[in-house]
Design a protein around this ligand. Structure first.
Ligand SMILES: O=C(O)CCC(=O)C(=O)O
Ligand SMILES: [Fe+2]
Length: 324
């Protein structure tokens, strides 16, 4: 598959294979490369990630079948207070971006899958007409969560911390898997599949899909197309890791469109630390000359504020008229 060589150069690729195989020197070398990328680009591709191709193939197929259902079936699962279920088409506005004054809703619909930690507490809403949906999406969730956990030592080392530093803060991750459908549409002025934003996550893992549409804003302020590189994931630093690293790791703005005459599906996995983890700038990222730039906040409080600004049903319950 062809891709824009300039963009491939702009978004580096790391092969995780040698690190996962325990090759001599691979851990330190990969962590050093990751540090450079996180300080300067904020986005990378990973290969050698170990996620079986069929896990993502099945997830894309079930996402397509989910969104192909009649609207009533999807509306029966409309997103609740715990971010469980279906986000209807054009019902989210990317307000919490600090980038552009977006007023128009995003031209996508989505379904959110959350981790099922406690059998007593339902974490998800499942479509009755698709019995295999639950197993397929939870398998994808588990594979991506495991991949993110395996990458944590690289992030720790890249930030000059002991390799296991992040593990205990992320072992009951508050992550979510999003199954997004971007129908083929003609975009008007200020309309997007998803408007310019940074992610709220620690990191986001985005499986490649055959329909391009992701664009990344470089440090120079130019929007570039992310190439489609089969069997890789795009990984980007989110705002949570930016804040934890006191701004050392950048959280890069991006946006997406579907400009093809067929539907586009995207399955980002937003990896978050545990809900009760207190995120305060790391000791290795602050000094007398570089004091903390972000307040200490738990992941749960941080996410509640983020959701309140972006999703209509949270806004209706929160302060009416807020445009934060
Ligand atoms: O659709 C894409 O490729 C990216 C989606 C995205 O950035 C998001 O859902 O946060
Ligand atoms: Fe995003």
């Amino acid at each position: 598959m062809s891709h824009n060589p300039a963009a491939t150069e702009a978004i580096p690729l790391i092969d995780l294979g040698p690190y996962f195989a325990g090759a001599p020197g691979a851990f330190e070398a990969t962590a050093a490369e990751l540090r450079r990328i996180c300080e300067t680009v904020g986005f990378l591709f990973i290969s050698g990630h170990g996620v079986p191709a069929e896990v993502m193939r099945d997830a894309f197929a079930i996402a397509e079948r989910f969104h192909a259902q009649p609207l009533e079936a999807k509306m029966a699962l409309t997103l609740n207070d715990q971010m469980q279920g279906y986000l209807p088409y054009k019902s989210s506005v990317t307000r919490a971006n600090g980038l552009v004054a977006v007023r128009k809703p995003n031209e996508n619909e989505a379904f959110f899958v959350n981790p099922e930690r406690d059998p007593q507490q339902p974490a998800n809403r499942w479509p009755e007409a698709l019995p295999e949906f639950r197993a397929t999406t939870l398998r994808c969730f588990a594979a991506l969560e495991a991949l993110a956990m395996r990458m944590l030592p690289l992030y720790a080392r890249a930030l000059d911390l002991p390799a296991d530093y992040f593990d205990r803060f992320c072992d009951r991750s508050f992550s979510s898997l999003r199954l997004t459908h971007y129908p083929p549409v003609t975009y008007g002025t200020d309309e997007y599949g998803i408007a310019p934003h940074t992610d709220s996550s620690f990191i986001t893992l985005l499986a490649q899909n055959p329909v391009p549409g992701l664009q990344i804003r470089t440090q120079a302020g130019e929007w570039i197309d992310a190439p489609v590189i089969p069997d890789t994931f795009v990984v980007n630093t989110g705002d949570m890791l930016k804040q934890w690293s006191n701004g050392r790791f950048i959280s890069t703005p991006h946006r997406a469109f579907n400009k093809e005459p067929r539907s586009r599906y995207a399955i980002p996995f937003f990896f978050h630390p545990n809900e009760d983890t207190l995120v305060a700038p790391l000791p290795t990222c602050v000094s007398d000359d570089n004091p903390p730039r972000f307040p200490a906040q738990t992941v749960g409080d941080y996410m509640a504020a983020f959701r309140g600004s972006n999703y209509d049903h949270f806004r209706q319950k929160a302060q009416p008229g807020s445009t934060a």
